[in-house]
Design a protein around this ligand. Sequence first.
Ligand code: MG
Length: 389
Amino acid sequence: MARVAAVVVAAGQGVRAGGALPKQFRRIAGETLLEHALSAFAEAPKVAFVQPVIRPEDLALVRTLTSGMNILAPVSGGPTRQASVRAGLEALLPRSPDIVLIHDAARPFASANLIARAIEAAEKTGAAIPALPVTDTVKRVDQAGTVEATLDRNSIRLVQTPQAFAFPALLEAHQRAAAQGRNDFTDDAALAEWAGMKVSVFAGEPGNIKLTTPEDFARAEAIQSAALGDVRTGSGLDVHAFGPGDHVTLGGIRIPHSHSLTGHSDADVALHALTDAILGALADGDIGAHFPPSDPQWRGASSDRFLAFAVERVRARGGRIAHLDLTIVCEAPRIGEHRDTMRASIARFAGIGIERVGVKATTSEKLGFTGRGEGIAAYATATVRLPWD
Ligand code: MG
């Protein structure tokens, strides 16, 4: 099977969209264009390596946004898009892929199907680009805005990315163009044509739009918001008793304490409540139904596996977790000083930003089992956005 890599170029200054940051860091549906674009390829089963190309000054930001994503370390781009693609290709050289897909981060909605078809087309022809037919009549005009000719729209296509190529041939073409001082190609197909490669087209997707202007962003936000309009809230509750030990595991982090929590797994009440909240939002059973305590394989299990399972169930339905909120009830240990570490931990397991995770703690004023220090209770809610039907 062909080894497939993807280069995602995000090294532009693009501020036409408005705002202080380049457009690859503007958000649609809560995620930056760069995250949308990278995760489309990182989650594609046939893509083995995803190589982001960025501006060096954005490295810290990109690291934060993509922590936990299955991608290669970003490399720095050049002064032009063409130079940035070449930097990405050269970084991939040690991985020696057979096929490479080149994609612009400004197109956040490339579908899994489009990516699969791009790979298939490149395997067949060695150079293939997604294209759409033109439905409007097309004119050529002069500088003064006077029509010179009406073009035959049947022979015109609007071209998108990802563009897919045999890796060695594209790398060689890029290096030859650079050596000859040619740095004016606006897409990789143009460079491949110049190098003498035959470029074929396959069907692009109308939804695979390139976002440039503020109007593009507003339209994309509206489309995304409507597409994930089935907003669900789930709740979860869990309790574990104290037993002998020297620490508790809460929200995936270890907190020193005079006791531990007892249970079949690591007894992380916080992650258990969150897992049930997400499953509740999906109306998809509960943690006990999916991970029966009678099953020995969950003995001592790290509870982030349960949360990751619920998160995957959301993803499998094409949904997103919009928000998680957790309340921990105990007299001790003190939670406040661990709040942000716990938020970061939960955010990482759930694959969402830390700003989407709330952690609160309270005592129960010495009342009830939590008040008597017999155990810890955790309450959680999850807000999940799913596509309609
Ligand atoms: Mg439990």
